[in-house]
Every structure is written in C-alpha cells, then in structure tokens.
Design a protein around this ligand. Structure first.
Ligand code: ARG
Length: 590
C-alpha cells in the first residue's frame, strides 16, 4: 500500500486543487515542529497566488477551507491550523494500524517505482593482475548498495564489474613472463598448435610479476618499451598473447570472485575492457562515417567541447601509435551494452577523480547518437583518507590490499567484543563469525553513511563503536529484536494484529512508514546515505518504543503483547531488509 505520508500528501494536494490552486504547493511534509508529525504549508503559497490574481484572502481563510475538505477524509486524524495558516496534520489511528499491519505482512510494501527501467550499474572496476586496493573498495560497497536499492524499486538491474584488462599492465605482465619463462609456447610466433588449457601462472605470480615489471620500467626506458610493444601486439591480436591474456583474466576473475565475495559483493556480468575490443574497428568506422572524428597529430579524436569557452579536452580514440585508450574501451562498452542489453540508464560508480573521463565519454556517446545524455550518469565518490587527510596508505606508504583492510576491521571488531564481554560464552567459531560480520558492517556503514562525494577518514575504532551512528549499533538493534522474539517463543507468546496506541508506537510506525520515501530518494540521487539515515532513525525509534512499551512483562494484557510483538517483528523485517540493501548482514545473536 501507499505510505501514510503519500496518502495524506495526495489528499492535501487534491484539496488545494479543488480550491483552485496548483497541487504542487500543497505537499505534506514531515513537521520540523513537535506539534504534529506532518504539516502542509499550502495555504501560505495559495494566498500569495490569490493576491497576484487580485483577490484579497488571507492564508488562514484558505487553510480553514482546506481543513474542512480534509476533515471528511478518514485518513486524517487531528487537523490544526497554526500561526498564519500552517496546517498541522496527524494521521487517523486506523490508517496507522492498517499501515503497520501492511508492513508486518510485507516489509517491501510501497517500494516499487512508478516506471521501472533496465539499468546497468558499472562498479567494482578492479584491474586484472593488480591486487584490489582500498580505491576499489568504495566502488564495490557503494555500487552494490545502489544496485540493490534500484532493484528494490522493481527495476531490472545488471551489475557489471567492468574489469581493467586491456591496458599497459597486460603488456607488463606478458613481457615480464617472457623474461621469466621464455620457452612457453605463447611466445613462439611459429607455434600453431593448441595452447595448454592450464594457466602458466597463479594469482600470486601475477601479483608478483606486475610490480616487478612496472618497477623496472620506471627506471629503464628500454624495459618500458618492451611492455609498450607487448601491449600493442596484444591489441593487434597476436595469438599467443591473446591466449595468455585469457589465462590472466581467468586467474584474476577467480581471485576477484573470492575478494568481492568476502565483501558480500556480487556481479551479474564479469565483463571487462578486453571483451569489447573486437567491436572497436567497426565502432571507429561508424564514428568516422558519421563525420565526428578528426585526425590530430596522428591521433584520432572526437572534439567534445561545447562552445568557445569550454576547455573540455577531446576524446582520444586512437593514440598516434595506434593503441586504443581508456576512452576507446569505455565507448566500445557503450556499444556492447546497447546491443546486448539496450539499457534505459547506465550508472557508473567510479572515483570522482575520473569525472572528466566520463564527461568526455558521455558527450561522445551523445554526439554519436547512441544514447541521450540523461541515460548516462557518473555517480562519483570521494576518497577514503588516512588520519593525515590524504588517501589511505599503509604505514610503508603503499596501497593497502583489500584483504588486509578487512583484517584490520576484524581485529578492531574482535577487540570490541572482548572489551564488552559480548559472546564470551560462545564457541570460538561463532565468535569469529560475529567479529567478521561486525567488522564488515562497521566498514560498510561508515562508508555508506557519508554523502557519496565526501572524503572520510578511516578510523576502525570509531567505526566499530556500539554507540552512535555505526554499523555495530544497527546490528545490535537487530540482534536485540531477534532475542526478544526468541524469548517470546520460549514463553509461548505469538505476535498478532498490531494496534497502534501509545505515542512511542505511533512514532515507530511513522518511522517505518518513511521507508519507501527513503528508498525513493536514495534511488533518485544514487545516495545510499539517505537509506542509512532512515535505518538509524528506525533503530532509535525502536529503542524508545521498547523503553516505553514493555512487550513481555507479566502485567501486559495478552492482545497488547501480541500487538507489540507484531510491531517488533515488522521493525526487524524492515531493518533486515534495509541493511540487506546496504549489503550488511547481522548475526543471530551477540
Ligand atoms: N579499472 C578502472 C580503475 O581501476 C575503473 C573502471 C571504471 N569503470 C569504467 N567503465 N571506466 O581505475
């Protein structure tokens, strides 16, 4: 069903319309004053409009007329005019009760968007061979949440990891492997047989070969040239190199699946740059035929600056060496997605420092008439910084690997558990599993609760605190409700029809009611922090309810017990549903 707020909102707009005013001025908002949960300020705007028309009415008179209409609507409880003509609104008790039971039956009630779309979310973006680092963490965490939030609205959402597997790093790997194992058939240009099915390297080899090569290349121009030549030959289709690339991709994907899996991140498509390479010649042919490319110093470009003053540099399709570039593979990926998926929308969840790249690519895709501008969106994000305010590094100054980062979180969570005596009597395996869930929830929630673009400081101690706006606080709220439900079961008490009576119950139901709005806003702005905000509000509201409305105490009448237990169940269902959209999982107990 529609949320309470939407129901009241629609009625208020209709009432103002029937009084001859635009519906847009009469929205019902959550109230910032304590008098009533909602307010409608339409009468003030309406009086302004009437004045312009040359009529003389004061806002209070309009408010009186609007209230007279709304009073006949059973959705409204108390209606009160305040000050110059604000209307304070409380929903009818029946509506609260109906909505509470609706949410108990279906925690996702009212989430579906009016128009559902096919959406690709491009996130993750790990590079083949290079180990994942914290720079890829935010993309994975935020992208996964955005994907799930859009799915909750009923959209068809396809998550694509879009691996980096076509750049110089592949040339580094190939040339370094040539030095280490020159006898492999992949390097023999006369070899015409089938290459071995088994990869010649492991993930550890790749993780070693890449830095080895790139370090040599930094100080040795000849070594760099070898990597460049290998990259160019790979891109030109040299058979043995292509076969090696396929091995590198397979080995990396297997490792990435584990890494992302540990993070609770799943992709529908494991595509990358290399797999769209075959589309590039035709794509370039088509762009040339369209007349939007230019030769520039031997390179092939598309100018994308809009007007004289716009300094946006051109898109580089081919370097003067003939090599394809980051722009080229992203454009070819757009061609591929159009042909394979034909999405209504593509959202790129990538570091804000790549904003210019996407702006250029999007403009070229619009110029090519493949997509409309509003079908392409770069959801950029800020950096995770160390305490020095600079992008997070290890003590040695290198990029921290994702596994190590997760271990840091696990350790912090374990220390918290020990300090607070939680789970002291659980067996070690369960305690370890709880620490893992707390560590991950702490990290993800700390990341997601910030506005996307904000930089934030990595602070495992603060992230794992049980008080405040943290992941562990929310897990604790979930676990507490689970334990109430277990206790009820032991006592033979079951939940029943919710009857909203006490004020704390009303507050909790209104908090739960706001879920659909939080999801809609998060989806519209690709802003998981709005969902975080909501979940935190619900957890706090539950705390107040639980403090004020005992559930299982002896003197509570049976039907009140059943009702309150139902409300606890509805709260748990929403908390778990919402946390799942954030990619956060709670333990059963702690
Ligand atoms: N592999 C890239 C990097 O590590 C990120 C890819 C982002 N997605 C895209 N379609 N360009 O920076």
């Amino acid at each position: 069903m529609m949320s309470i707020q939407s129901t009241l909102d629609a009625a208020a707009r209709a009432a103002f319309e029937s009084l001859g005013f635009p519906a847009a001025i009469a929205g019902v908002q959550e109230s910032d004053r304590g008098d009533a949960p909602y307010q409608c300020n339409g009468a003030l705007a309406a009086a302004g409009i009437a004045k312009k028309r040359g009529e003389k009415v004061n806002p209070r008179e309009i408010a009186v007329k609007a209230v007279a209409i709304l009073e006949t609507d059973p959705a409204f409880g108390k209606l009160e005019i305040a000050g110059p003509g604000f209307i304070n609104i409380s929903p009818a008790a029946d509506l609260l009760t109906t909505r509470a039971n609706d949410l108990l039956a279906n925690p996702a009630s009212g989430l579906t968007a009016d128009k559902t779309k096919t959406i690709v979310v491009d996130y993750g973006g790990a590079n083949v061979a290079k180990p994942m680092h914290v720079g890829h963490l935010r993309s994975a965490v935020i992208g996964e949440a955005i994907k799930r939030i859009l799915r909750a609205q009923g959209h068809t959402v396809i998550g694509d990891v879009h691996m980096g597997d076509w750049g110089l790093q592949m040339g580094h790997l190939i040339s370094e492997l040539t030095l280490e194992q020159p006898d492999l058939p992949y390097f023999d240009e006369d070899f015409t047989g089938d290459y071995p099915a088994e990869p010649p390297v492991t993930m550890d080899d790749l993780a070693r070969l890449y830095p080895q090569a790139s370090n040599k290349a930094k100080s040795d121009a000849d070594r760099m040239e070898e990597s460049r030549v290998a990259t160019a030959q790979l891109q030109a289709g040299r058979r043995g190199y292509r076969a090696l690339l396929d091995h590198f991709i397979d080995v990396s994907v297997a490792a990435l699946k584990i890494g992302y899996g540990n993070l609770g991140v799943e992709f529908d498509l494991w595509k990358g740059e290399a797999c769209v390479d075959p589309l590039i010649p035709d794509m370039i042919g088509g762009l040339k035929a369209k007349g939007i490319t230019e030769e520039d110093d031997g390179a092939l470009i598309i100018r994308v600056a809009e007007g004289e003053k716009d300094k946006t540099p051109p898109v580089m399709l081919l370097a003067s060496s003939g090599a394809v570039l980051y722009h080229t593979t992203d454009l070819a990926t757009l061609v591929d997605r159009k042909a394979e998926i034909n999405p209504d929308l593509i959202v790129y969840v990538v570091d804000q420092r790549q904003a210019l790249h996407f702006e250029q690519v999007f403009r070229a895709a619009v110029k090519a008439e493949w997509y409309a501008r509003d079908q392409l969106f770069h959801a950029g994000f800020g950096t995770m910084n160390g305490k020095d305010g600079k992008p997070f590094k290890t003590r040695a100054g290198g990029v921290l690997r994702l596994e190590d980062l997760l271990e840091v979180m696990n350790t912090a969570a374990r220390e918290r558990l020990e300090a607070s005596g939680i789970g002291a009597d659980f067996d070690p395996a369960e305690r370890e599993e709880i620490a893992r869930k707390i560590g991950l929830a702490a990290l993800k929630f700390a990341d997601l609760q910030n506005q996307r673009m904000t930089n934030y400081i990595f602070d495992p101690e603060r992230f794992t605190a049980f008080e405040g706006k943290t992941g562990p606080y929310l897990l604790y709220a979930v676990v507490r409700i689970k334990s109430i439900l277990r206790k009820a079961e032991d006592m033979g008490v079951s939940s029943g029809e919710i009857q909203v009576e006490a004020e704390a119950e009303t507050d909790l139901v209104l908090a739960l009611d706001a879920y659909a709005k939080a999801i809609a806003l998060s989806a519209e702005k690709y802003a998981p922090h709005m969902l975080c905000e909501h979940i935190y509000r619900v957890a706090q509201s539950f705390s107040r309810f639980y403090a004020g409305c005992p559930i299982l105490a002896d003197d509570v009448p049976a039907e009140v017990k059943a009702s309150r237990l139902g409300l606890a169940k509805a709260t748990l269902a929403q908390l778990e549903h919402g946390l799942d959209l954030l990619g956060i999982e709670a333990p059963d107990r702690m």
